[in-house]
Ligand binder design. Sequence first.
Ligand code: NAD
Length: 312
Amino acid sequence: MARARITIVGAGKVGATAAHIAAAGRLGDIVLVDVVKGLAEGKALDISQAGPIQLYGSNIVGTCDWERTVDSDIVIVTSGVPRKPGMSRDELLATNVRIVRDVSKEIVRYSPDSIVIVVSNPLDAMVYTAAKVTGFAKNRVVGMAGVLDAARFSYFLAKELNVSTEDIKCVLMGGHGDDMVTLPRYTCVGGIPVTQLLDQGKIAQLIERTRNGGIEVVNLLGCSAYYAPAAGAVKMAEAVLKDNKTVLSCCAYCDREYGVGGYFVGVPVVLGKGGAEKIIELDLTDSERGQFEKSLSGVKQLAAKVDEFLRE
Ligand code: NAD
């Protein structure tokens, strides 16, 4: 069987880290693309030279030339300007819409059959941009945010309960960051709902820390997180490439589901070779539904702004 071809757009912190994780996971051959001359080439060479130590032999190419990406099975989009301390994700919007628009046109040109995983922020708006510009079937464009937010929540829970992170399964909905909707009722520790193991106050504290998880790292590092975001994107790519049918919280297109009416928003998704193959609809309480609606209205506002930028 031919090896999978993975294009990663943006050879910055998230993109290069994703390339390394994908190579170490032996997911396929990788093309790393960036507009900065030498950057993708240098990162690809460095990652390739870790191969003999970590025992992977993927072909890893770094380039500014989109022609090298031809016929990729999957394209992970991390190109864009990252958040600086004190900067909101929405402030990134205008710049990153243009970048993701240009990248999306190249994806259509060179890999018209690919599945696209968007990481660039503001996430929900960038997924909308990529879907709109590529015109791909809606299941073929998904965004990575819920996997990261869920991982952060799981990590904090594991530390609090002194259990293995592997035992925690959690599902999140809504937009990325401030507007995410955590669902403690559906969060389990070795199959036991976390609501039976921790009191409400403690859970609320950990949710708050998760909500601010991105900014906590930004304030420490002076730049946004990249190890966990890259791992999240590669987890999604793996589910698609191996047709794993993994259930993950992703930003995916919902029409009738949850009554969303045609927007990309965070929901539990079955990810396989078709991309977002199925949206799982959970029963929500009035309060959870209210949080989701609030989040969705933020997503709709962002989409309207994207439409304005794309008309310019
Ligand atoms: P970075 O600055 O390290 O890397 C971004 C790279 O994109 C740069 O190397 C830049 O040259 C490149 N780039 C810009 N325009 C391009 C184009 N048209 N074609 C190809 N490459 C281009 O930033 P980072 O820390 O890697 O973050 C990347 C993006 O991911 C940011 O938008 C950030 O906000 C976002 N992010 C999202 C999540 C999430 O949970 N969804 C988490 C972390 C970061």
